[in-house]
Design a protein. Structure first.
Lengths: 259, 274
C-alpha cells in the first residue's frame, strides 16, 4: 500500500487532492465573486469618495453616512440583510395579494467534462448575485476611504490651477485630479485588493459553494480537517501574493517620472 | 518677441479689469475691506503689502476662485458677480500664475501648457501642442518640453506655469507672488520672463515684493494692509516720496530683506533710459 511508504501528512494531502474538481470549482467561484465585488466596490467607492470630497453638504453627508454604516457593522449582518431583504419584500407583497418576483428559481451555469469529472460552475443566480452585491457594497465603503485619501493628497491647488485655466470642476476632477489620485491610491488600495479574496468566504453562510464551502464538503468526506484548510490557505497565499506583486508592478509602471 | 515699450499717453486706455469695492471675509476674519482699482490694457499693476494683508485673496477674488462677499468685478465690462455668468469661460480669459507653481504633476511641461487649450479652447492635439511649444519658447523652456514638473527646478517650473497661462491668450495675467517660493538664484530667470512679458505689452496684475521689477515696469503700485488700500501711485512716488508711515516702514524692511536686488534695480533703470 502506498500509505505504508509515504509519510502520513503527504498521504493526507494526496487524499484531499482527490477532490481537485471541488477545489477547482470553489476557487473559480471565489475568484468570480472577488473580481465582480472588487469592480463594483471600485466604481461605487470612487463615486462615494468624489461625493464626499466635492459633493456639497448634503451629498457628502450621505456618502459619509454610507461609509460609516458599512464599515461599522459586521459584514455577516450585511450579508444576511441583503440576502433576506428580497424575501421580506416578496412576502410583504404576497400577503397583500400583489404581484411578486419569484426568487431563486433562475440560474446561469455551465457544465463540462474535465479529465473524466463533471464540473458545474454557476455564474449567476440569486445567491451569487446577493453575495456579489454584499461584498461589493461593503468593499465600496473601504475603497471610498482609500480613494478619498488619494484625492485629498493630490490637493485642491491642482483643481484650482485647472479652474484658473477655465476648466470646469468636473473636467478638472476628471483630467487633472483623478489621473494623479488613481496612481497614488495603488499602494493603499492593494490592501483592499488583498483582503477581499479572504472576505468572500462569508458567502458560505448563504449557501454559496465557493472555495471554503468546498473545503467544508471535503472535510466532511475525509475528516482531514487540517490538511484541507492548509491547502486552502496555500491557495489563498499564492493568489494574494500574485495580486499584491502585480499591483506593485502596476504602481512602478505608472509612476510619474521625477516624483 | 518684439519689444513695444508701454507708453500710456499714446493710446486711449481701454479698461480690461475693474474691481469695485470688493469685500471678503473668512468667518470672523475680514480679509478685504472695500478694495477698488482699474486696470487698462497693457498696464502692469503691482500690488504689495505685508503678509496677511489680503493680496492673494484679492487675486483669487478677481478670477472668482474665492468669490467675494460683496462688490463687483468687471472683466471687459462683464460683471463676474452677476448671476448666471459662465465663470469657466471668464476664467479662461484670466491667466493665473501661482506662488507654488501648481503645475499638473502627471503631465509633461508641453502637456501642462496644452491641456487648457485642448479641454477649454477645443483645439486638436496637434494645434494645442504647436501653441504650447510657442508659449514654452516665449519663456525659454522649449528644451524642457518633454520633462515632468518634478524633473524641473523651481524657476523652470514657474516659467512653465507662466507659459501655461500665456498660451490661453488671456486678457490679463494674475501673478500671485511668483518668485516667493524660489531659491534666490532662481528668481532672476523668472523675473526676466516677466519683464519681457511686461515690455511686450502683456496686461498684468502682479503681487510681489520684487521692487526692482516693480520699478522697471509697474504703471501703478498699490500698497495694501489689513484689507484696505493704504497708498497708491507710480513706482517713482513710492521710492521717492511715500506718504504713509506704514509704507515707509515696509519698504525699509523690504530693502533689508531684498537688498541683494539693488543691482537688478539699477539695471532696470538703465533699461528704461535706453
Amino acid at each position: 500500500m502506498i500509505s505504508q511508504v509515504l509519510p502520513k501528512e503527504i498521504v493526507d494531502f494526496l487524499r484531499v487532492l482527490e477532490y481537485w474538481d471541488h477545489i477547482l470549482v470553489g476557487l473559480a467561484k471565489t475568484m468570480w465573486l472577488y473580481v465582480w465585488a472588487l469592480l463594483l466596490g471600485f466604481f461605487l467607492g470612487l463615486l462615494l469618495s468624489l461625493l464626499r470630497q466635492y459633493g456639497g453638504r448634503i451629498l457628502s453627508r450621505i456618502a459619509t453616512g454610507y461609509v460609516e454604516i458599512l464599515r461599522g457593522t459586521p459584514l455577516l449582518v450585511q450579508l444576511f440583510f441583503i440576502y433576506f431583504l428580497p424575501f421580506s419584500i416578496n412576502s410583504f407583497l404576497e400577503a397583500r395579494g400583489l404581484p411578486y418576483i419569484p426568487i431563486g428559481r433562475w440560474s446561469f451555469y455551465i457544465t463540462s467534462n474535465l479529465f473524466g469529472r463533471t464540473i458545474t460552475m454557476v455564474f449567476l443566480d440569486h445567491i451569487t448575485l446577493m453575495g456579489i452585491l454584499t461584498l461589493g457594497l461593503n468593499s465600496a465603503a473601504y475603497q471610498a476611504e482609500y480613494l478619498r485619501g488619494a484625492v485629498m493628497s493630490v490637493g485642491g491647488e491642482q483643481l484650482e490651477a485647472a479652474q484658473s485655466l477655465g476648466m470646469s470642476r468636473r473636467s478638472g476632477i476628471l483630467h487633472i485630479v483623478l489621473p494623479q489620485a488613481l496612481r497614488r491610491v495603488i499602494p493603499a488600495w492593494s490592501n483592499e485588493a488583498a483582503y477581499l479574496p479572504k472576505y468572500t468566504v462569508v458567502v458560505f453562510f448563504i449557501g454559496l459553494t465557493e472555495i471554503f464551502a468546498q473545503a467544508h464538503y471535503i472535510v466532511s468526506k475525509t475528516f482531514l480537517t487540517l490538511s484541507v484548510y492548509i491547502l486552502v490557505s496555500l491557495i489563498f497565499l499564492v493568489i494574494i501574493t500574485i495580486i499584491s506583486k502585480s499591483l506593485d508592478i502596476l504602481y512602478k509602471r505608472t509612476a510619474i517620472p521625477g516624483l | 518677441m518684439t519689444e513695444i515699450p508701454y507708453d500710456p499717453t499714446k493710446e486711449i486706455a481701454e479698461t480690461v479689469l475693474n474691481v469695485v469695492d470688493v469685500w471678503k471675509s473668512y468667518d470672523e476674519l475680514e480679509v478685504l475691506k472695500g478694495i477698488s482699482f482699474e486696470l487698462a490694457r497693457r498696464e502692469v499693476k503691482v500690488i504689495f503689502g505685508p503678509s496677511g494683508s489680503g493680496k492673494s485673496t484679492l487675486l483669487r477674488c478677481i478670477n472668482m476662485l474665492t468669490p467675494p462677499d460683496k462688490g463687483e468685478i468687471y472683466l471687459s465690462g462683464q460683471n463676474l458677480m452677476a448671476p448666471g455668468v459662465d465663470l469657466n469661460a471668464m476664467r479662461a480669459k484670466i491667466g493665473m500664475v501661482f506662488q507654488h507653481f501648481n503645475l499638473f504633476s502627471h503631465l509633461k511641461a508641453a502637456d501642462n501648457v496644452s491641456v487648457g487649450l485642448r479641454r477649454v479652447k477645443g483645439f486638436t492635439k496637434e494645434e494645442a501642442r504647436a501653441k504650447a511649444l510657442d508659449a514654452l519658447h516665449q519663456v525659454k523652456m522649449t528644451d524642457w518640453a518633454e520633462h515632468y514638473p518634478a524633473q524641473l527646478s523651481g524657476g523652470q517650473q514657474q516659467r512653465v506655469g507662466i507659459a501655461r497661462a500665456l498660451a490661453m491668450k488671456p486678457d490679463l495675467i494674475l501673478f500671485d507672488e511668483p518668485t516667493s517660493a524660489l531659491d534666490p538664484e532662481l528668481i532672476g530667470e523668472v523675473l526676466q520672463v516677466m519683464l519681457d512679458l511686461a515690455k511686450a505689452g502683456t496686461t498684468m496684475v502682479v503681487v510681489t515684493h520684487e521692487m526692482g521689477f516693480a520699478r522697471a515696469v509697474a504703471s501703478e503700485m498699490i500698497f495694501i494692509d489689513q484689507g484696505v488700500v493704504i497708498e497708491r501711485g507710480t513706482a517713482e512716488h513710492f521710492f521717492v516720496s511715500p506718504e504713509s508711515e506704514r509704507v515707509k516702514n515696509f519698504l525699509r524692511q523690504i530693502n533689508i530683506l531684498y537688498g541683494h536686488h539693488e543691482e537688478l534695480l539699477k539695471e532696470s533703470n538703465e533699461d528704461e533710459k535706453l
